[in-house]
Design a protein around this ligand. Structure first.
Ligand code: UT7
Length: 332
């Protein structure tokens, strides 16, 4: 079952927070053996935002959360639950969510982090919507926030050119008359591909040691080609099945929000499904892959540009470490 059956849930507000520092492809070409043309052609990325030394994931998360609450016309006291999707928390515990809950003064709210690779945004939205839909919560703050630049090996051109930092937040609430509503969600995982994207050391499997540091095991490792092939093979089929189980055909979707991992992956998926590229929201050029934050940053920009019309349907989909993947559909 993919359909939400309970209380309808809408998006009440969105916000983002981005580091000021812009790192261009030319900047990168002075750090590793790469060049602007290669990065643009293979990924669609021109620049990305990089956190300054005094910024961290909770800083962006709090800023994005404040902005989303303001947009929703709410105060922190209105929030019942805070969910932060992140793969680059300030530290393992306490989580980013309780950190920002305290900073916001959201005294009534529970708070937890959700880690599900770059699919974290879709997972977190689904959990937030489910909690409201079943009557447990009224208002949920869902945040995707990353400082992946701290976890990237800046000597590894296979990964360091791809990622960027930033946060996006969404306030979810019970729908009133005239509001939109989430229609369905589908979350999947293929843990047999867990070696495609990893950060191996620093925890139980490989506790921090001189050896793990010497072997650069505290950085993101990625089998880029395998991820690329996995997505091309799995995601188009998944999206077709997911739309069908939601009682929809691909054509019913007005706007497609793909995880901003690689422009070529997005275009190829759209082409395979016959989705006109004008229906696909793409902002990877300016931010790179901001992991669990990517869909929320794209959504906020899209809404600010007032491109979403009443009753239009939006499908958010992502894939990431795990390999996890999933989708969630919203009707405006
Ligand atoms: O949220 C999930 C995160 N991960 C992803 O979505 C990753 C998905 N995969 C990809 O986006 C692509 O596989 C990459 C962008 C990572 C790589 O693109 P590719 O077209 O698959 O390139 P490749 O790995 O097959 O490498 C092609 C060539 C190689 O050189 P040779 O062996 O042909 O001489 C690489 O060494 O490009 C070289 N190369 C680079 N050259 C310049 C690899 N990285 C770079 C670089 N700059 N940064």
């Amino acid at each position: 079952m993919t359909l939400f059956q309970g209380i309808p849930v809408c998006i009440k507000g969105t916000g983002i927070a981005l580091p000021e520092r812009i790192m261009t492809n030319d900047d990168l070409s002075r750090m590793v053996e790469t060049n602007d043309q290669w990065i643009r052609e293979r990924t669609g990325i021109a620049e990305r935002r990089i956190a300054s030394p005094d910024e961290r994931t909770s800083v962006f998360a709090e800023r994005a959360a404040r902005s989303a609450l303001h947009d929703a016309g709410m105060t922190p006291d209105d929030v019942d639950m805070i969910i932060v999707a992140t793969n680059s928390p300030d530290m393992l515990f306490p989580g980013v969510a309780p950190t920002i809950q305290g900073a916001l003064g959201a005294t009534r709210a529970g708070a937890f982090d959700l880690q599900s690779g770059c699919t974290g945004g879709v997972y977190a939205l689904t959990v937030g919507v489910s909690g409201i839909s079943c009557g447990l919560w009224e208002n949920v703050l869902v945040v995707g926030s990353e400082t992946i630049s701290r976890l990237v090996d800046w000597t590894d051109r296979n990964t360091c050119v791809l990622f960027g930092d930033g946060a996006g937040a969404v306030v979810l609430s019970r729908s009133r008359v005239g509001d939109g509503r989430f229609l369905s969600a589908e979350l999947r995982s293929d843990g047999t591909k867990s070696d495609y994207l990893t950060l191996p050391a620093g925890l139980a499997l490989h506790p921090a040691s001189h050896e793990t540091v010497d072997k650069r095991m505290h950085y993101v490792t990625m089998k880029g080609n395998d991820v690329f092939k996995f997505v091309n093979r799995v995601i188009p089929v998944f999206l077709e099945e997911y739309c069908e189980s939601s009682g929809l055909v691909l054509d019913d979707i007005d706007w497609w929000f793909f995880h901003q991992a690689n422009r070529r992956i997005i275009e190829r998926t759209a082409a395979r499904l016959g989705i006109p590229i004008e229906k696909v929201v793409i902002n990877i050029e300016h931010y790179g892959n901001t992991s669990a934050a990517s869909l929320f940053i794209a959504l906020n920009e899209f809404l600010e540009e007032k491109r979403l019309q009443k009753a239009q349907k939006v499908l958010f989909t992502a894939f990431g470490a795990g390999m996890t993947y999933g989708g969630i559909i919203y009707e405006a």
